[in-house]
Design a protein around this ligand. Structure first.
Ligand code: MN
Length: 569
């Protein structure tokens, strides 16, 4: 089995290969004699998981951990022994996987969303999540050997927990396969019906698109577009099934059963190709989607369009660059493939420190884990799960931030030095306040001054956990005391919130609910509409002893309709 594996890792450095080999030898030795339910030797399973990760081009530490993912749980080797042999980095990942294994998801249906978050929080390292997904993928591929009731439980968990996580991480290929493996187990009749329908329809559609592809190819060449690839992508069964339920099971209404995918070199080419297709055929109104300018929250990028072709055939096109394509298939794992400038990396590098997602997760862990796990999950929610916005640096580099971020978050995201020294912010060329809420597509420029220092105020203007973490540590360095560490000393005090709001029914109620939860006494509310463009809500209230004002402000800002927030003593 090593022979097959060793061929697949030839792109890794010799040091990496040595580590993977060492891990393999340990796994082989300690799983010796163990069998899977299918009767296969147990080692076939960790090897298959490792192969999946090699296909995703993950680093050697992850691959070694994949090979060893069941040894602590299922064999006699101890953590200390393992650490001596493969080092602490691998063991840390194995440990994370073992911890996840112990979490029971029985009855999780009621709180599926928090279970997904918890899953990520426990994993602690995004690589643990990816290894776990690969583990589940192989278990699903071999699920036939299990008892039917066990199959059902695992398939359900796959559909509700694992597939959505793969989707969140943008690993589209894995999400699709996980769902398609669970589908026939959970909905056998529906699956059988769909398969029969598609068996008749799919070849027809493919044939139609087959006549269109050469026309597109000829036209692209004529327009001077080079190095492109055209292929078909058939929709995954489960996502087709979900779509059909919205269309009264009428397959003729699903226009993207098969789509033509055009992969080009640059984003500019994507738009040119879109133009060329629209010159050839009339687009269906409302079906042009620009996920390049506005990527989906999970990072997916492409141009989509649906057109009326010859003989009234409706065809869907997906246009993207090679990088976008790999990111759509590999998602977060694709960050191992490219350097920070978006150029493909040579070979495979073990260095994952630089990939932004991984770095972010690690930062959060340092800030919140493990003593304050509720805060950690909160942070994941803000920074990881809420819809993200995409803003640009003056150089045109896209930066993704959580929705509702301010220029302060942007500054710290670019570099903590820039955040620490910021004196002003411009959005689309105009000066704005630090509390300005950024929206997708904004170009943000931060003005800095060398001798400027961060202050307490800055803390209330940042929304992301990482910016707040940076500010806190800068304040600490400057010797500035932060409030509420010692609640006994703090006194009740009266303050006024000035809130720039969007008019919304229930806004006041939401604010009042939050205040009552935090034991904040509302003394007086007022409305200030002197500036029609910026209607203010003025709330005078009494803050109780030990109330974390900073946290209260974060919660307030999270309420829909609260756009800007200011405090007056
Ligand atoms: Mn396993």
């Amino acid at each position: 089995m090593w022979g097959r594996l060793s061929k697949k890792i030839s792109a890794y450095s010799s040091e990496d290969q040595k580590l993977i080999n060492e891990a393999y030898l340990i796994a082989e030795k300690f799983h010796k004699g163990q069998k899977r339910e299918s009767g296969d030797p147990y080692i076939s399973h960790p090897v298959a998981v490792a192969e999946e990760l090699i296909a995703l081009k993950l680093d050697a530490t992850s691959i070694a951990a994949a090979l060893l993912h069941d040894v602590i749980e299922d064999t006699t080797i101890t953590k200390e022994e393992l650490k001596k042999k493969v080092g602490p980095a691998v063991v840390k990942l194995v440990d994370g996987l073992t911890k996840l294994e112990r979490v029971r998801f029985e009855g999780f249906k009621r709180k599926v969303e928090s279970t997904r978050k918890m899953f990520l929080a426990i994993a602690e390292d995004i690589r643990v999540v990816i290894i776990k997904l690969a583990d589940r993928l192989h278990n699903m591929r071999t699920i036939g050997a299990l008892r039917p009731d066990k199959q059902k439980r695992i398939a359900e968990e796959t559909l509700e927990l694992y597939a959505p996580i793969a989707y969140r991480l943008g690993i589209g290929e894995m999400k699709g396969e996980l769902e398609d493996l669970a589908f026939p187990i959970l909905f056998p009749e529906e699956y059988a019906w769909l398969k029969k329908e598609v068996r008749e329809e799919l070849p027809k559609r493919k044939q139609c698109l087959g006549t269109i592809a050469p026309i597109v190819e000829r036209e692209l060449k004529k327009e001077g577009i080079e190095n492109f690839e055209i292929n078909f992508r058939a929709k995954h069964y489960y996502s087709l099934w979900k779509k059909l339920q919205r269309y009264n099971l009428d397959l003729s209404k699903v226009t993207d059963l098969v789509a033509l995918r055009i992969i080009v070199e640059s984003p500019e080419d994507c738009y040119r190709v879109l133009g060329i297709i629209h010159m050839l055929w009339r687009p269906l109104p409302g079906r042009i989607k620009d996920y390049i300018a506005m990527p989906k929250p999970n990072g997916y990028q492409s141009l989509h369009t649906t057109v009326f072709c010859e003989h009234n055939v409706i065809a869907e096109f997906q246009i993207r660059t090679k990088k976008m394509h790999e990111e759509a298939e590999f998602g977060i794992a694709a960050h191992w493939l490219y350097d920070e400038y978006g150029k493909p990396k040579k070979g495979v590098r073990g260095n994952v420190e630089k990939t932004s997602w991984v770095k972010k997760l690690q930062e959060w862990q340092r800030e919140f884990a493990p003593s304050d796990s509720e805060e950690f999950i909160e942070a994941l929610k803000i920074d990881f799960f809420k819809d993200r916005i995409f803003v640009l640096t003056p150089k045109g580099e896209a930066i993704d931030l959580p929705e509702g971020s301010t220029p302060v978050d942007f500054a710290y995201h670019v570099h903590s030095e820039i955040g620490d020294h910021m004196t002003g912010a411009k959005v689309n060329g105009k000066m704005v306040s630090f509390l300005h809420t950024l929206v997708s597509g904004d170009t943000v420029e931060i003005i800095t001054q060398k001798n400027k220092r961060p202050s307490m105020d800055l803390l209330s203007m940042a929304r992301t956990a990482s910016a707040r973490g940076h500010i806190r540590s800068a304040l600490r360095k400057l010797g500035i005391k932060m409030q509420t560490k010692n609640p006994k000393k703090a006194k009740t005090k009266e303050i006024t919130f000035r809130i720039v709001r969007t008019s919304r029914i229930g806004l006041l109620k939401d604010i009042a609910t939050l205040f009552s939860k935090e034991n904040v006494d509302i003394l007086k509310t007022d409305s200030d509409i002197t500036d029609v463009n910026k209607p203010h809500l003025v709330i005078r209230c009494r803050i109780p002893r030990g109330c974390d004002l900073e946290r209260l402000m974060v919660r307030l800002r999270r309420i829909k309709g609260v756009n800007e927030l200011e405090i007056k003593a």
